[in-house]
Design a binder for this molecule. Sequence first.
Ligand code: PEP
Length: 246
Amino acid sequence: MTYLFCNWKMYLTNNEAMALASELATMQIPKTLTAAVFPNTMDFIGVRDALAETSFAVGSQNVAWVPQGAYTGATSAHLFHEAGAAYALVGHSERRHVFGETDEDARKKVEACMDVGIVPVLCIGETKEDLDAGKREYRLKKQLRAALEGLDIPVNSLMIAYEPVWAISAGGASDSCDPDVAQEVHMWLKQELRAYSPAPFSVLYGGSVTPENVVSFTACPAIDGVLVGSASTHTNQMRALLTACA
Ligand code: PEP
């Protein structure tokens, strides 16, 4: 099974998100593919409804860990679960580096998702500074340990996305990771993840994936799928991604 997860971030207006969802509802998802879109919270319910008769799952881009209460501006894993989210991104690099979320926040969010039955997609990745300082493994180990140590992780209840921060496009052109390097990192990660559960984890690659390069990642044996940002917000690129992943 290959995963195509689509992080729409805050790229689209409500009208644009709904138009894209209506287009997606007409597209064929290959049988070997699990596809999910992660719309902005504003658009979650509308997109969920537009995709209700399709095989696209819907996920949240973030969650708050407390279930309900006096938490202005927050939307909890509990509320997203009630609204039909199957997955949630946790610890996305923009949450960590723009909004200052910590490894400890990521852990609370992972736990909150697992408590309600949402599959958290724990996003980890080194910065350019980490990379230049030879600290990629150090950073990834630290993020994994903080989020997962001591957790009881049933089979298929948690996924990992390896997203090197320097490879994420932020809308403009950016360098994706060399697929051979990504394959090596994924192999190393899968070894590391054995410390947290004997059952295998699905590990996605994210960072400047496009219809043109997606197969170079999905063809790597240790890469279980891709998390796509910018390219997943364009109808023609989504159609091409789905075709390429078939
Ligand atoms: C992301 O931010 O999760 C991502 C992968 O973005 P992009 O594909 O635009 O690099």
